[in-house]
Design a protein around this ligand. Sequence first.
Ligand SMILES: *Cc1c(COP(=O)(O)O)cnc(C)c1O
Length: 482
Amino acid sequence: MKLLNEYTGKRETNYIPESDVEELQVSELFDSSQLRLDSLQLPSISEPELMRHFIKLSDMNYHVDKGMYPLGSCTMKYSPKVSEDLASLPGFMNLHPETPETAIQGALKLMFELGEYLKELSGMDAITLQPKAGAHGELTGLLIARGYFNSIGKDKKIVLIPDTAHGTNPASSARAGFKVREVKSSEDGILEPDHLKEVMSEDVALLMITNPNTLGIFESHIGELARILHSYGALLYMDGANLNALMGKAKMSDFGVDIMHFNLHKTFSTPHGGGGPGSGPVAVRGYLKEFLPVPIIDFDNEKYYFNWDIKHSIGKVSGFYGAFSVMIKAYAYIRMLGAIGLREVSEQAVINSNYLLTKLKEDYNLPYGKNCMHEFVLSGSNFKEFGIRALDIAKRLLDYGFHAPTIYFPLIVHEALMVEPTETESRESLDGFINAMKGIAREAKENPDKLKKAPQTTPVGRLDEVKANKELNVRWRRELPE
Ligand SMILES: *Cc1c(COP(=O)(O)O)cnc(C)c1O
């Protein structure tokens, strides 16, 4: 049968060209120990049994739809289901990435406008949506910086990174071929201009700073840091994964930022975890536009199109144009909330976080800052005398029905407990978390053994984490209590 090819307008027998690769038997590719010799023993069960099996499995998991997920630096906010509905519209979902531009004007418009919104929020001049994660955005931004320095004949090799940074920052810098130098934060948990001056030289390509930093503290000297960097011909890179405190409140261009990335899968609600998909758009100042990955999306007053004409482009950084489904959800989120709504998100996130901090610092140490932005870092070090560590506190929280906060990060805080409630938690759930944390603080002093044995109520108890890492066993059935 001949089918109509919508794009060529011709009737064709074959959409897919004949393979010109030699065909091989599976047995030629794998040795016999890896091949199944008998037929597959599939269980024969009814639909309700199958349904119950998967519901049981989903119930064993913990997720944002089930309860509060205060995992610091991850912005585990509730994701509106309407965004999923929109991302599953057949017109979006069945779109083939090879479809010609004239037939995907709607998708191009969505991506173009998303880019415009992100530019408006950040004050930056140009953007690429291609990178598929925060770390991927960092790598892209660093390659842009390298391209820029190459183009002006400067060989700057050093990337400065504060000691509060997310682990991806040094990793991406090394991956992009830079040497990493750590800069110490002050007792207030922020970078001081004097500390930066001490380590500045003509070899410094850029400072990569997270703002608010991972302690949940605003880097209030950022404007001055930018001036110092620029006076050496260096750039300011801002890791914008933590935009949940700044969105609608401040523009990164006003800080003097040259390059930044967003984490759509954090700030803009699209769910993350389990390995993706994510999206880490990179925005730059006008003079760096010519270094963005090809293609970028442009509009010529008539149609939207992929612009491949980018003089010093670093090349492509993603298959096709990145994680489209994530972009749809972020676009829906921005359109739903509008400018005022996005600002309220930041305000509510900061209020929720400060509410928790105020209550919890009565029982836990607070090594840095007096108040916080969207998250804060406590220390469990005051329970050391009872033999209790941050890990025990985190494990015990599971028994109380909460996901654990991020622990042992950032590295400059001993026994760190990093809490980010997000704006989507109600007063009731925040109070529930406070009660649980206060209960655990009491138990740590009065009944530390209970914490040592936690969790007791989860499908899997306390694991030997080293052994679990070395000898991965995902057969959960064997771990179930009698
Ligand atoms: C989450 C995060 C990253 C990395 O983002 P991924 O999408 O996980 O690669 C980088 N920096 C900060 C501050 C983050 O919170």
